[in-house]
Design a protein around this ligand. Sequence first.
Ligand code: GRF
Length: 199
Amino acid sequence: MKTFKIFILFSGNGSNLENLYTTLEGKEVVGKSGESARIEFVGAICNNPEAYGITRCHDLGLPVITIPHTDYPNREEYDMALLKALFLYEPDLIALCGFMRILTPKFVNAYPCVNIHPSFLPSHKGANAIKESFEDEKAHFGGVSVHYVSEELDGGEIILQEKLSKAPFRDLEAFEKAIHQLEYKLYPQALLEVIKERI
Ligand code: GRF
């Protein structure tokens, strides 16, 4: 059977990485074309040598490479290093799991690339989306969005998104926890949709 190869980029905790791996690794999927494929996570790259996600990769048995962005003078050269490292793996899809770097057009155009963002896009783009959506008095809900990665930050086509009402949550911590639970449900679902389209 054909394999559908996924490669992960991450920067930190890696809980979405672990959730994707444990939910989808080895799963057989029938695509819209009628062909079947087995999902295989082929590796991960982390730009932050201190990231806890690296330990998760070791525990899962997922090959991980650390490529610190601080070793490169600019985004273009860093992304070239990523592309060089990825070349051997021949991934069908790149899944960003908390990868805190803006990717250059060269990278984004080389592979289909998806990302998870903890807000109901297009509201609350950027790195502090959970806090900003919780504190935004005009918004009654936050949410989670899975989208294709484009050259615009948190701006590519939406694959799947869901709102989360703020009403039941008294503090940011509880809201944040619920957002992460929603991520763990939505990201595998969205990836399955993408994979079915691409087999
Ligand atoms: C998640 O909230 C994700 O939506 C955002 O970065 C966070 C990563 O968390 N892009 P983790 O590293 O997967 O635990």
